[in-house]
Ligand binder design. Structure first.
Ligand code: GDP
Ligand code: CA
Length: 349
């Protein structure tokens, strides 16, 4: 069985752990004996950011660390057993982006990655090399080797610009607001998400560069050659939406012979963690499982899905799509494996 999964960070990583469990991977990380199965994840890279000269790929690394048993599951990101010496030193220097903490162990990953990128290797090759150490059991493909960056247009307190002056500032043209108290800026996704905790209402969310990006090597083939394509319960806008914005990926999903099944990231109309509801509002989609299903749409009618899972006790009317309800809380890989089995049942494979 070859399964291709569209994935973001934490939601994507947990879902992939469930796909592994479904295919017989053991809780201690050991592979099933003689398994011919292959899992390929197509991972969002539009959250990636360069800080302190280091290329940071939050979603790829969430998948990498989670799938190799190295993630801090309580904090929800980064490495377990992490220390913060370098970040504290940088903060004491007043170095740019004090709102983004980097763990010491994590920094080693970013150093290795940046050195390889600077030597000319594409991100897909770099992640394959980094995966050699961690053996995540899933082929982690960046959606693209090209630079794509989600920017969020917001009105923010004008005073924040002064604060940024010494630190490099936000990207994009700043304009003083009419009353002088706020200014409209395009923030990097991470600044909006981490610094402002998605507390500034977005006027627009745009994956800058996606329209001229090409899928990374292996991405289109993974979708074409899969027996099953799954859309993880990741953020439909800033994780799945950005992957689908890379030309060719949506078309590959629409034309693959494999069934395509999506999973709702919302339970009881709310994201489990994060701010998917705010992102959905920014693109005019209601924060309900049904609205997300309709946003993805049916393959038979110009969309992506053959099947769609919603949370137990919920229903969704998505024309042309088979819908089933099942517990959707990814508490552990075993529970998540049941979701993957339900995806297969839904489309009869
Ligand atoms: P990020 O890149 O780290 O923000 O992670 P993703 O985009 O992959 O996933 C974020 C989404 O995962 C959020 O919208 C959450 O609602 C969803 N999510 C997290 N945990 C669960 C869970 O246990 N069940 C479901 N159905 N969705 C979840
Ligand atoms: Ca992310």
């Amino acid at each position: 069985m070859r399964i291709a999964v569209l994935a973001g960070g934490v939601g994507g990583a947990r879902f992939l752990a469930g796909v592994k469990a479904h295919l017989g991977w053991q809780p201690d990380g050991s592979a099933p004996a003689d398994s011919p199965d292959e899992i390929i994840a197509i991972v969002n890279t539009a959250d990636d950011i360069r800080l302190h000269g280091l290329q940071i790929c939050p979603d790829l690394d969430s998948c990498l660390y989670t799938l190799s048993g190295q993630a801090d599951t309580e904090r929800g990101w980064g490495r377990a057993g992490e220390t913060w010496t370098v970040s504290r030193e940088l903060a004491d220097y007043g170095a740019e982006a004090p709102w983004f903490s980097l763990g010491d162990k994590d920094i080693a990953t970013h150093l290795v990655r940046t050195r390889m990128l600077d030597a000319g290797y594409p991100l897909s090759a770099v992640m394959a090399a980094i995966g050699e150490r961690w053996q995540p059991g899933v082929r982690l493909l960046p959606m693209s080797d090209d630079r794509v960056e989600t920017h969020v247009v917001v009105d923010r307190p004008a005073a924040d610009r002064a604060q940024d002056g010494a630190q490099g500032g936000a990207q994009g043209g700043a304009q003083a607001g009419a009353d002088g108290d706020t200014e409209r800026v395009a923030l990097h996704f991470q600044e909006w998400w981490v610094r402002y905790r998605a507390g500034l209402t977005p006027h627009a969310i745009t994956p800058v560069g996606a329209d001229v990006a090409t899928p990374a090597p292996g991405v289109l083939e993974a979708i074409r050659d899969a027996d099953l394509v799954l859309i993880a319960p990741s953020n439909p806008v800033v994780s799945i939406g950005t992957i689908l914005a890379v030309p060719g990926i949506r078309e590959a999903i629409r034309s693959t012979a494999a069934p395509v099944v999506g999973v709702s990231p919302l339970i009881d109309d709310k994201p489990i963690r994060g701010h998917a509801d705010i992102c959905l509002a920014a693109i005019g989609v209601e924060a309900t499982a049904q609205a997300v299903g309709r946003h993805y749409g049916a393959r038979s009618v110009d969309g992506l899905l053959d099947g769609y899972l919603v949370a137990e006790g919920e229903s969704a009317d998505v024309p042309g799509v088979l819908v089933a309800d099942i517990p959707l809380l990814m508490t552990d890989p075993g529970a998540t494996a049941a979701m993957v089995a339900a995806c297969r049942r839904l489309v009869g494979i």
